[in-house]
Design a protein around this ligand. Structure first.
Ligand code: HEM
Length: 499
């Protein structure tokens, strides 16, 4: 073929491609033109990618809600809802919505799905039914003992390395890091039957924290561009991935695979633990290790954020609440209403503790990701027409700080709001919205909620009955990067033994 013909074909192809891209952009823009939002977000997902990489996405969304109202657009095919009632309706267990492609990041590039990456409701429901008995603790003998044992490890570590005498030198402790050591030790022992021993060695033994810090910001940014995860397999991308940060996660995967393999085959190990429950209820070998691996991610950063941010809010947001909680604990200990260590049932009888836990999760939700849901038919949300296939996300901060539900001081940490409310309907409405932090009443409700609450019920009592905490630098209390979950460090505290 003549060079001139080739050039003409090339030019025609480029023009066609350009026209296609332009028409797609215009069509994409027109679909959601009736929903307000930032100008650039009408045309390209790059606006959202940039925000996601900026490390303050939930605060950015809350600011957009103030400007645009209860529903706004953040990308050509993405909207965000900040009205709690509408979020509950979209997430309703029997509703027509399913998860969006965003959840593909939780497939971890493996051939089979995890419970968190499944977007098909029927397939998700089938796998969930096999996991529920293990997560609920029904089939598991060691749940409470594991939590008690690892909290004892944290106490021992503090007493060994981090106690500051009242008049002696400061021995600062990074509460952000130690909270995560605790939750990693608990979840690794529950998930694979082998504790990571981060607390015993006072280090991130499997490099899990380094991995999350190094990879999650990129993952959540990629998740808003459909199918971009395929790129991760590309040799060029593989070459630029931080191999040192990947090494730990590879070891974690290998451990999960080895531990799951022990549960299958002719001489299989049978045990009444979480993995044992998954296998007993029909989870396949390929899924068993992956669920276990996913559990370590889902169960460590989240609960660590709840622990450290609740303690921080007590220290910085409301010293009076800190004192009230410590008083409740002291009185319960004195009256013999709590054992050593406290049981979950005993903790549930401490009203101020329960209010503190609820309030901590509400003010700083550990999972504030977009979590988009999609419907295959046209819907109406917040009074606006939502075309089929649109990603409908929640604005976690606006929902959980809603003034209509929680009062004018909704953004403040005030545990008393849970104790003072006398109107039963109002209180129920508050609880329903607050529990959205676990996805409660949706078909995707957090499977680890019971485990997380056991940890929270115990940790504050065991720490505050022994120690006094204060911030080392109240003007620079900690660093945080908001990437759907909070990546936090340098929450330095002074810990003193109580006399
Ligand atoms: C305070 C701590 C925690 C919070 C705030 C939290 C929050 C959430 C939320 C909001 C979801 C729903 C996601 C969606 O709608 O798609 C979820 C799902 C999930 N969480 Fe948690 N979580 C916490 C702790 C844990 C723990 C400790 C574990 C493991 C032991 C865990 C395991 C899971 C799993 C497996 C799912 C997927 C459920 C499904 O798809 O059916 N979470 N979590």
């Amino acid at each position: 073929m003549a060079a001139s013909t080739l050039a003409a074909l090339g030019l025609a192809g480029t023009c066609l491609l350009f026209t296609y891209v332009l028409l797609s952009l215009v069509a994409g823009r027109r679909r959601l033109q009736h929903i307000p939002g930032p100008a650039w977000a009408e045309w390209t997902p790059l606006w959202l990618v940039r925000r996601q990489l900026g490390g303050r996405i939930s605060r950015d969304l809350a600011a957009l809600s103030k400007k645009y109202g209860s529903i706004y657009r953040i990308a050509p095919n993405w909207v965000v809802v900040s009205d709690p009632a509408e979020v509950r309706r979209v997430w309703a267990a029997r509703g027509p919505w399913h998860r969006g492609e965003w959840y593909g990041m939780f497939k971890f590039n493996q051939p089979v799905h995890t419970i968190m990456s499944l977007t098909d409701n029927a397939a998700h429901g089938a796998l969930r039914a096999k996991l529920v008995p293990g997560y609920s603790g029904r089939d598991v003998d060691n749940l409470h003992a594991v939590v008690d044992r690892r909290i004892a490890d944290l106490i021992a570590l503090i007493e060994r390395n981090y106690l500051s005498a009242r008049s002696g030198p400061l021995r600062p402790m990074d509460l952000a890091q130690k909270s995560q050591f605790l939750t990693l030790d608990i979840i690794s022992e529950l998930a694979v039957g082998q504790c990571f021993e981060c607390l015993a060695h006072d280090t991130d033994t499997y490099g899990q924290i380094a991995f999350v810090t190094g990879s999650v910001p990129l993952m959540v940014a990629m998740a808003v561009v459909p199918r971009s995860f395929g790129l991760l397999q590309h040799p060029v991308v593989q070459a630029v991935l931080p191999q040192d940060k990947m090494a730990g996660v590879m070891r974690m995967m290998a451990l999960a695979q080895a531990k799951a393999a022990e549960r299958f085959g002719p001489s299989k190990k049978v045990a009444r633990d979480m993995l044992g429950s998954f296998v007993a209820h029909g989870v396949s070998p390929a899924s068993a290790w992956l669920e276990t691996f996913g559990q370590i991610g889902a169960g460590s950063d989240t609960t660590a954020t709840a622990i450290r941010m609740t303690l921080f809010l007590l220290l910085a947001g409301s010293p009076a609440s800190y004192a009230a909680l410590q008083r409740e604990i002291d009185e319960a200990v004195r009256d013999g209403r709590v054992s050593g260590p406290i049981t979950d049932d005993e903790a549930r009888q401490l009203p101020y503790l329960q209010a503190v836990i609820r309030e901590g999760l509400r003010v700083w939700p550990p999972v504030a990701g977009l979590m988009p849901k999609v419907c295959d038919t046209e819907q109406v949300v917040c009074g606006k027409r939502i075309p089929a296939g649109t990603n409908v996300c929640w604005d976690a901060i606006s929902v959980l700080h809603d003034k209509y539900v929680f009062g004018d001081d909704a953004h403040c940490f005030r545990p008393e709001r849970w104790l003072d409310e006398e109107d039963a309907d109002k209180r129920r409405a508050m609880e329903q919205v607050q529990m959205l932090c676990f996805g409660t009443s949706s078909r995707w409700e957090c499977l680890g909620k019971a485990i997380a609450l056991i940890e929270l019920n115990k940790i504050f009592v065991e720490l505050l009955r022994r120690f006094d905490f204060s911030l080392v630098d109240p003007l620079k209390p900690f660093t945080t990067y908001d990437a759907s979950l909070s990546i936090q460090s340098d929450l330095w505290v002074r810990v003193q033994a109580r006399t």
